[in-house]
Design a binder for this molecule. Structure first.
Ligand SMILES: [Cu+2]
Length: 258
């Protein structure tokens, strides 16, 4: 895949630059500390090496001076948390964007698939009933609810619109899984019993992959899904093709067999 190189994967969402900035700042700081400590360590080895006629010296530096490097690191870390980490976390995990104006998708993880539901042209998800959930209807879509008739369900196949904010409602049917798209720098556990909002704006058209990032059973390693980012018109055409392919048989939710 052309999405990976020796360094970080390509940046394919609006969150990627901020996450990468944090990684680079931390690595640069750690590199600087490593080099400075190395120089200081070598200086000490030479300066205080064993020599005939020299007794061990003990320089007693003032406490403030000897603590200065530690305090500098502490200050850097506090600033990193306050200025960078907290605002970034808030933007990516706390301030849930409104559903209006977002491209909504539902994702239900299960051993070992990613079930995906799109609301269809009406923009509304049909009602789901736990009693109706089975392998061919992973969201338990109720056929008697008109809003669900045009819902489109796919398995291990996701498409997102380019440059549009996406709001994913993430759930799990069985154990804890993790929704991870490295190029988006988005990772979120899928927890049974919880519907967790995940949002991002894809900024680069292309093909990506979800890999489950939480060890979830014997099939964990093969729990993956294709992700495609494309302009909205192409995505709508794809959804229509998915719908008409299965809707022709009966007026029931379009569920793709896997
Ligand atoms: Cu999993």
């Amino acid at each position: 895949m052309g999405n990976y190189s020796w360094l970080l994967p390509v940046q394919a969402s609006d969150f990627a630059p901020a996450i990468d900035k944090g990684l680079w700042i931390i690595h640069a700081a750690m590199g600087l500390i490593f080099v400075l400590w190395g120089i200081f360590f070598i200086y000490l080895l030479v300066r205080y090496r064993a020599r005939d006629g020299h007794k061990a010296e003990r320089d007693h530096l003032p406490l403030a001076v000897s603590l200065a490097p530690d305090l500098a690191v502490l200050l850097f870390e506090i600033l990193l948390v306050v200025i960078y980490a907290v605002p970034s976390w808030r933007k990516m995990k706390v301030d849930v964007p409104p559903a209006e104006g977002s491209y909504q998708v539902e994702v239900a993880a299960e051993q070992f698939n990613w079930n995906v539901r799109y609301p269809g042209p009406d923009g509304k998800f049909g009602a789901g009933k736990a009693a109706l959930v089975d392998f061919t209807n992973p969201f338990g879509i109720d056929p008697s609810d008109a809003a669900g008739i045009d819902d489109v369900v796919t398995v291990n196949e996701l498409r997102f619109p380019l440059d549009e904010r996406v709001l994913v409602r993430l759930t799990s049917k069985d154990v804890i899984h993790s929704f991870f798209i490295p190029e988006f720098r988005v990772k979120q556990d899928a927890v049974p019993g919880l519907a967790i909002p995940v949002w991002f704006t894809p900024t680069r058209a292309g093909d990506y992959e979800i890999t489950c990032a939480q060890l979830c059973g014997v099939g964990h390693a093969i729990m993956r899904a294709d992700v495609k980012v494309e302009p909205r018109a192409a995505l709508d055409a794809w959804l229509l093709s998915k719908k008409t392919a299965t809707l022709a048989a009966a007026p029931k939710p379009a569920v793709e067999q896997w």
